[in-house]
Design a protein around this ligand. Structure first.
Ligand code: AMP
Length: 174
């Protein structure tokens, strides 16, 4: 199993959700047991010697990789959700979308000062979503020690902004 095999398992859907977007569909990858296993093992390998307390995953595809990675690294998983979904007291962060704004939230008591956090999502594009999560996590005073993605769209250079906070690791590049 090579990185090329993993790349070949990702389906490209042109013009979804709108004209001009090349959507990287991971469902064709993660339905294959060997691809799912290898992808997660390669991601976990990168962090095996780092002391991570929590993996934070962003709704919703960040949950798929985030929870599995947390299990493999022997740490806890914390969800960041779209507004109004978390039941207890939350911290919120507004962020810009192409049209208007949206909000992401984390439970107020989910992280404490000094906790070491790895952030995980399926794909890094502009970095806007992840940077909003960085701002959210900063409100908790936890330490972000890295960003892990299955896929990175290099041309959009999302890593430029994230690199200011911590190391960016992506398995597959386009
Ligand atoms: P961004 O905030 O621009 O880095 O966008 C990242 C989020 O949007 C991730 O959660 C991705 O799941 C999703 N996303 C953005 N662009 C694509 C794409 N071309 N294919 C699949 N998902 C995408």
């Amino acid at each position: 199993m090579s990185l090329q095999d993993i790349k070949n398992s990702i389906r490209n859907v042109p013009d979804f959700p709108k004209q001009g977007i090349q959507f990287k569909d991971i469902t064709t990858a993660i339905k294959q047991p060997k691809i799912l296993k290898e992808t997660l093992e390669m991601m976990a390998e990168h962090y095996k010697n780092q002391q991570i307390d929590y993996v934070v995953g962003v709704e919703s595809r960040g949950f798929i990789f985030g929870a599995a990675l947390a299990y493999m690294l022997g740490c806890g998983f914390i969800p960041v959700r779209k507004k109004g979904k978390l039941p207890a007291e939350v911290l919120s962060q507004e962020y810009s979308l192409e049209y208007g704004t949206d909000k992401i939230e984390i439970h107020k008591d989910a992280l404490n000062k000094g906790d070491k956090v790895l952030m995980v999502d399926d794909l890094l594009a502009t970095g806007g979503t992840t940077q909003a999560t960085v701002e959210l996590i900063k409100k908790t005073s936890a330490d972000i020690i890295g960003f892990a993605f299955m896929i990175e769209l290099d041309d959009l250079n999302g890593r430029a902004i994230l690199n200011k906070t911590a190391e960016v690791f992506s398995l597959i590049h386009y």
